[in-house]
Design a protein around this ligand. Structure first.
Ligand SMILES: [Zn+2]
Ligand SMILES: [Zn+2]
Length: 151
C-alpha cells in the first residue's frame, strides 16, 4: 500500500509505502504550535519507505536538551508537512493530519502527556462539551481546492 500526505495547498506532497514504523500523538508545546491545535499526530516512516518528496519547502530547526529536529513547511501555505528528528535517524516524520486516502493505524504511543489539554478526553469521547455544529469550512471539494493567493 502507498499513502500520500499533502500540505493545505497541495504544492507539497510526501509519498510513502507500507505501514508506518510509528504513529504517535504528541502533546508537547512544539506540536501544539506547529499545528495550532491541541496535539500533533506524528507518523514515522523509515527512509527506504519514502517514495518521493514533492514541492518547495523551507525549514526551521528546534533544539532541546537531548536532540534537535528540522521541520519542513510549505513555502506557499505554511503547513508543516514533514520533519527529521536527530533522535530517530533514518526516519521521516510526517504530519498525521495531512494524509489523504486510507486511514492511518491507530496511534500506539503518546508523548509529553503532562502537557495534555485537560479537556481533551471529554471532547474526543463526546462528553460534557458544547453540542456539535456542522463545520462551515468542511471537507468538501471547495475546501480541497488550492486557496487563492492573497496580494
Ligand atoms: Zn502548501
Ligand atoms: Zn511534540
Amino acid at each position: 500500500m502507498t499513502r500520500t500526505a499533502e500540505c493545505r495547498c497541495r504544492q507539497c506532497r510526501v509519498e510513502v509505502r507500507g505501514e508506518p514504523a510509528l504513529v504517535a500523538v504528541c502533546h508537547c508545546g512544539n506540536c501544539k504550535r506547529r499545528t495550532g491545535s491541541a496535539f500533533g499526530v506524528s507518523v514515522y516512516y523509515p527512509d527506504d519507505a519514502v517514495i518521493a518528496l514533492h514541492g518547495s519547502t523551507n525549514q526551521y530547526r528546534i533544539d532541546n536538551e537531548r536532540t534537535y529536529q528540522h521541520r519542513h513547511f510549505c513555502t506557499r501555505c505554511g503547513t508543516t508537512l514533514y520533519w527529521r528528528v536527530a533522535a530517530f535517524p533514518g526516519m521521516l516524520g510526517v504530519a498525521g493530519g495531512c494524509f489523504t486516502g486510507a486511514a492511518l493505524p491507530v496511534p500506539t504511543h503518546t508523548l509529553s502527556d503532562e502537557q495534555r489539554c485537560a479537556w481533551l478526553a471529554d471532547v474526543v469521547e463526546g462528553g460534557d462539551v458544547p453540542a456539535a455544529v456542522e463545520c462551515q469550512g468542511g471537507n468538501d471539494e471547495r475546501c480541497r481546492d488550492a486557496p487563492a493567493a492573497v496580494a
